[in-house]
Design a protein around this ligand. Structure first.
Ligand code: EPU
Length: 423
């Protein structure tokens, strides 16, 4: 992905969206899968890896560790046999949270790992205490030296781990670590997101023995080796959700191919309530929106299968022009309403009640202005608002959006939006 800090989107709002679009592979599935590929005893090929900044960075981290990486079209082959380093590049690990997802795989494979305190989107405090507690319970010594954290397996102790929060990343780390260590490990209160199930399907195809992914208890029986395979991860439910919300907001008639309707169940219910017509079958979603949306009164984010935090920003944008009042409560991250102020400069009427609660009073129209993306999903929601705003909207800091959306401007232009990237 070629993206630069100076990239901006110029948008002329007002066009309806019509047509068909194929949804990219899931960022949050592919990142842990790329990291888990280093546990294989032979090369692994991941199909349709999306051309996004977070994947670029993950591949750069793997490359720096010594893995051989070959990219052919969008298929990425990783040969982990040449890995010689156990220290994850500091600069890269600060740029993305997903470096944390490498820990389980590194410990499984090398007994050692070292990271800098990870970075990521500016969406609030993102500690890694649950990861560290779980590793300690499994027999890993964890030591902090300045900004670096060192992890070393002393003696693997298979056990039952009850997570205080169903953390996606911690669940993935425990699974990765335990699946290549002898013994039975149980995770109680694990994350149940579709991306966890996909990671487990990937590991199971390599020979891992994991039971209960997607349920409230996951059991892992360690095996001695995992074999290289070819795998195609699931499609991105957040990108599909973003396109659905864009269609709902702009009006139009869009068919999403390679989408998994059941992964977007909570969003689909809300959009129908707002007045959209949605039909779906196993991997296609069709959405039609013809008139001003109704507000949904209340939205509260939660762990899967509840409403995803990653789509909260899209509902925030939608609510700005829906008829009526919407109260939005963010329950996962502490700082995911930075975008509300940016939306206000497009003439949205939003009361920021606290860092986790806003009230939106829908207005008839937004007006174009210059706004700044503050994080990945918030940035995408500003694009949605720009698509309906009167006049021109400039969205700065597109590099945030490029972390997770494969050329969002191309997808939207294909559907009839007037949006251009300027550098
Ligand atoms: N948490 C802790 N301690 C920890 C780990 C998490 O307190 O050790 C807290 C977090 O601060 C947060 C909550 O637990 O309040 C949930 O965090 P979780 O660990 O589940 O999130 P994550 O694994 O860091 C993944 C996705 C996020 C997505 C969340 C929640 C990836 C690469 N990232 O993050 O995706 O929002 O799960 O579903 O899978 C995005 O794509 O925009 C994005 C931020």
């Amino acid at each position: 992905m070629r993206s630069s800090f100076v990239d901006k989107f110029f948008i002329h709002g007002g066009n309806r969206l019509n047509g068909t679009i194929e949804i990219q592979t899931s960022k949050n599935a592919v990142l842990p899968i790329l990291s888990a590929s280093i546990m294989a005893s032979s090369p692994v090929t991941i199909e349709k890896v999306p051309d996004i900044l977070d994947c670029d960075n993950m591949l750069r981290i793997l490359d720096k560790l010594g893995a051989k990486i070959n990219v052919a079209n969008s298929n990425v082959t990783i040969d982990p046999r040449t890995i010689g380093d156990i220290k994850i590049d500091c600069k890269l690990s600060r740029t993305m949270r997903s470096s944390v997802f490498l820990l389980g795989a590194m410990l499984a494979r090398f007994d050692n790992a070292c990271i800098s305190m990870p970075g990521g989107c500016n969406i609030g405090n993102r500690p890694i205490d649950i990861h560290i507690d779980a590793f300690k319970k499994l027999g890993v010594r964890v030591e902090q030296e300045g900004d670096e954290i060192h992890f070393r397996v002393e003696k693997f102790c298979p056990t039952k781990i009850k997570l205080k929060i169903p953390s996606v990343g911690a669940t993935e780390n425990i699974i990765e670590f335990a699946c290549l260590r002898r013994g039975k490990t149980t995770i109680l209160n694990p994350a149940r997101e579709p991306e966890i199930v996909d990671l487990c399907n990937f590991l199971a195809s390599m020979g891992a023995k994991i039971y209960g992914a997607g349920s409230k208890k996951i059991t892992i029986y360690g095996v001695d080796r995992l074999d290289g395979i070819r795998y195609k991860p699931i499609s991105d439910r957040i990108v599909a959700g973003t396109i659905m919300c864009a269609t709902a907001m702009c009006g139009g008639d869009v068919t999403l191919l390679n989408a998994i309707p059941e992964h977007n169940h909570s969003l689909i219910k809300k959009l129908i309530k707002m007045g959209c017509q949605i039909k779906s079958n196993s991997d296609i979603i069709h959405i039609r929106s013809d008139s001003r949306l109704n507000s949904i009164s209340k939205l509260s984010t939660g762990y899967y299968p509840k409403f995803p935090t990653d789509l909260q920003s899209m509902i925030l944008a939608l609510s700005t022009t829906a008829s009526g009042r919407t109260s939005i409560k963010e329950n996962i991250f502490s700082n995911r309403f930075n975008t509300a102020n940016e939306l206000k400069s497009l003439c949205a009427n939003i009361d920021i009640i606290s860092s986790s609660n806003v009230i939106v009073n829908g207005v008839k129209e937004l007006h174009g202005s210059e706004v700044n993306s503050q994080d990945l999903r918030g940035g995408a929601s500003l694009v949605l608002a720009g698509l309906v705003a009167k006049g021109e909207t400039i969205v700065n800091n597109v590099h945030y959006i490029d972390r997770g959306y494969e050329y969002l401007e191309n997808s939207l232009s294909k559907l009839g939006a007037d949006i251009k990237r300027i550098r």
